[in-house]
Design a protein around this ligand. Structure first.
Ligand code: HEC
Length: 152
């Protein structure tokens, strides 16, 4: 009798790819464009400090936005933050989107954020899930739950 049902999980290190699910929740159909913008940031595209020198603007879903007043120090499970990135200040050439998705218990060492960078065409890049490239830089702002853009 086959008794190896648990073997598939034994490695434990293989990450589930949630990038398409996240894409559907946030980017598909420009969903994020009806979300809230960061209250502390410019509403126009502005030159990013560090994301490739792109022109950027960030949005958050309702779950995140609802947590802003009396902010507890952490965004709640299900929060999604989207940054759109353009090559030009007029927003004509989309370079892609970077997204952070809060998933309770997912990766406590890095704020429980699931990170993805998408191309302008919507493809998932190698920065997907527990992405050191992303969280190593965002670690500088752990005090605001790994979030750079001002939201208060
Ligand atoms: C070298 C530093 C650096 C790296 C690497 C980086 N970020 Fe950021 N990120 C920033 C800064 C700075 C901001 C604030 C807005 C700006 O200036 O672009 C930001 C903003 C964001 C935002 C809007 C919310 C917030 O925290 O302000 C998201 C979402 C985001 N980054 C996701 C990612 C993802 C996903 C990756 C990996 C693919 C990544 N970032 C890699 C520095 C970085």
């Amino acid at each position: 009798m086959w008794s190896g049902a648990a073997v598939g999980c034994a490695g434990g290190e293989e990450e589930e790819d949630l990038s398409r699910e996240l894409y559907d929740l946030s980017i598909a159909g420009d969903a994020y464009k009806s979300w809230q913008m960061f209250p502390g940031a410019a509403t126009e595209l502005y030159a990013s400090g560090q994301h490739n020198g792109d022109f950027v603007r960030s949005y958050m879903n309702d779950v995140a936005f609802a947590a802003l007043s009396g902010f507890s120090g952490e965004f709640p499970d299900g929060s999604i933050l989207v940054k759109e990135q353009y090559a030009d200040a007029a927003g004509e050439t989309l370079n892609g989107h970077t997204v952070m998705w809060k998933r309770a218990g997912y990766d406590p060492e890095h704020g429980d954020w699931y990170w993805v960078a998408y191309t302008g065409a919507g493809a998932t890049t190698k920065h997907n899930g527990q992405a050191p490239y992303c969280y190593d830089c965002h670690a500088a702002v752990k005090a605001t739950d790994w979030v750079y853009t001002s939201f208060q």
